[in-house]
Design a protein around this ligand. Structure first.
Ligand code: KG4
Ligand code: ZN
Length: 326
């Protein structure tokens, strides 16, 4: 069983034999945080406390199991918000202890990478483009569990930029899916927003782009919202696609695997697939249910680590809000 509570999604996943997903129950608190324009940590922690129990029952029922059938427990221990992390981590440790089964603390970012383990598409080495609300990074996955960070964002994460632009245009939180949809009706060339650091290396920067959109929203009223959003999305996507192809060229991989909430973006899926193909690479995306935060990816990671390397975590393990990858 895998437990996820690093931010505003409560997730309980159950897997069999490392990667066969039997249940993946997710509860999103987005409605609770919408009016604040972002996640309020204290509200998030309290809601995780309420939701874990019913979600565990639902997941067990879906898998046709009882708690006594669970023989390994994994829980996210970082990165993320400390309060929400503590809720899932404490639950995971208590479950492991009370069921007398091994417990593993899982790195949330590694969990996103392992979304590709269960889909069987990507085999290391591959280039991971991790794009979520909290992180944007290019990582060389040399093997499952062996990572080399190649580039990261110097300021905002890609998903964070989507959410901030959504907030300033009144779309609520999280804005990624709404911008994805509205952009389909807009002209991506209507505004020429900056693509910071496009020609340099493998690091990212999205704060300047976000400010450019903010200036436009403050100073002009006479524009079609879908055009603005499509132009903003275009600037993000061009940056992500360009850097992913550059990273693939530098590392000699054959596959670019994308993961994290922004990997659900329909245009990113289309554009990177095409651009990778014309450059001789394959782009892989997880099924939509495994793109955003979920418990199944945590369960898969825990199962792999325990069954392949007999890994276990001590019950003294504490939350690590700034844990990285590679
Ligand atoms: O991986 P995730 O669920 O949580 C973190 O680990 O951060 O990612 C959430 C982020 C949010 O910023 C959300 O706006 C973005 O993923 N997102 C999208 C889409 N679906 C979710 N961004 C762009 N297009 C989407 N379709
Ligand atoms: Zn995530």
């Amino acid at each position: 069983m895998g437990l996820e509570s690093s931010c505003d999604e409560t997730g309980v996943g159950i897997v069999k034999n490392k990667e066969e997903i039997l249940a993946n129950e997710i509860y999103s608190q987005a409605d609770l945080h919408e009016k604040y324009g972002g996640v309020v940590p204290e509200i998030a922690s309290r809601d995780h406390v309420k939701k874990f129990s019913p979600l565990m029952e639902k997941a067990l029922a879906e898998a046709g199991l009882t708690l006594n059938d669970i023989d390994l427990v994994g829980a996210t221990y970082g990165p993320g918000l400390v309060g929400p992390l503590l809720v899932g981590l404490s639950l995971g440790k208590s479950l492991g202890y009370s069921l007398d089964v091994p417990f593993l603390g899982i790195n949330h970012l590694e969990g996103h990478v392992f979304a590709h383990y269960s889909s069987h598409k990507s085999t290391p080495p591959f280039l991971a483009l991790l794009v979520s609300g909290g992180h944007t990074a290019l990582v060389l996955v040399e093997d499952w569990g062996k990572y080399r960070k190649l580039g990261t964002t110097r300021d905002d994460a890609a998903g964070e930029a989507f959410d901030k632009v959504g907030y300033m245009t009144g779309l609520g939180y999280p804005a990624g899916p709404k911008i994805d949809k509205l952009s389909q009706e807009g002209d991506p060339t209507a505004f020429n927003f900056p693509r910071p650091m496009l020609d340099e290396g493998l690091d990212f920067s999205f704060a300047g782009l976000k400010s450019a959109v903010a200036r436009k929203v403050e100073n002009e009223t006479d524009f079609a919202l879908p055009d603005l959003l499509a132009s903003f999305q275009e600037a993000i996507l061009e940056t992500l696609v360009t850097k992913a192809i550059r990273g693939a060229k530098q590392t000699n991989v054959e596959t670019i695997s994308v993961m994290g909430g922004v990997s659900a973006n329909s245009q990113l899926r289309e554009r990177l697939t095409e651009k990778a193909r014309t450059n001789g690479y394959t782009a892989e995306f997880p099924p939509l249910a495994l793109c955003t935060d979920n418990g199944a990816m945590i369960a898969v990671t825990a199962a792999y680590k325990h069954l392949t390397h007999e890994e276990e975590s001590p019950l003294s393990l504490g939350p690590r809000p700034s844990l990285g990858l590679g």
